[in-house]
Design a protein around this ligand. Structure first.
Ligand SMILES: [Zn+2]
Length: 119
């Protein structure tokens, strides 16, 4: 079941729960079907790779071996949007204007940046 969220790629978010609680980062990718997202620098997991092995997810790029750091996905339910103007965790609401629905901060009314095209 998809989680209803206003968070899109490129948003700044804060982690509300779990061991990464309080950390902030920029959303790298959202996976609505899974209800998860990856956040830059948050929930980083280290994967040890053997020399000469090729990662299936790296487009065939040769790995030199060593430690590969990668953000593990977090449930969208633990991510809170951070308004760049308030610089605080905030809710987003939809405001319907001439150009259609727009995401705005419920605190200050600052419009959130548009969702990245082709994300
Ligand atoms: Zn705001």
């Amino acid at each position: 079941m998809a989680v209803k969220t206003h968070i899109v790629k490129g948003d700044t978010v804060m982690v509300r729960r779990g061991k990464e609680r309080g950390k902030r980062g920029t959303v790298k990718a959202v996976f609505p079907r899974e209800g998860v997202a990856t956040v830059e620098g948050v929930n980083v997991v280290k994967r040890h790779t053997k020399q000469g092995t090729r990662s299936q997810n790296m487009g065939g790029a040769a790995q030199t071996g060593g430690i590969l750091e990668k953000e593990a996905a977090l449930p969208l339910s633990v991510l809170q949007y951070v308004c760049p103007k308030c610089n605080a965790p905030s809710r987003l609401r939809h405001q319907h204007g001439a150009q259609g629905a727009q995401r705005v901060c419920s605190r200050c009314g600052e419009p959130a940046r548009e969702a990245a095209k082709g994300a």
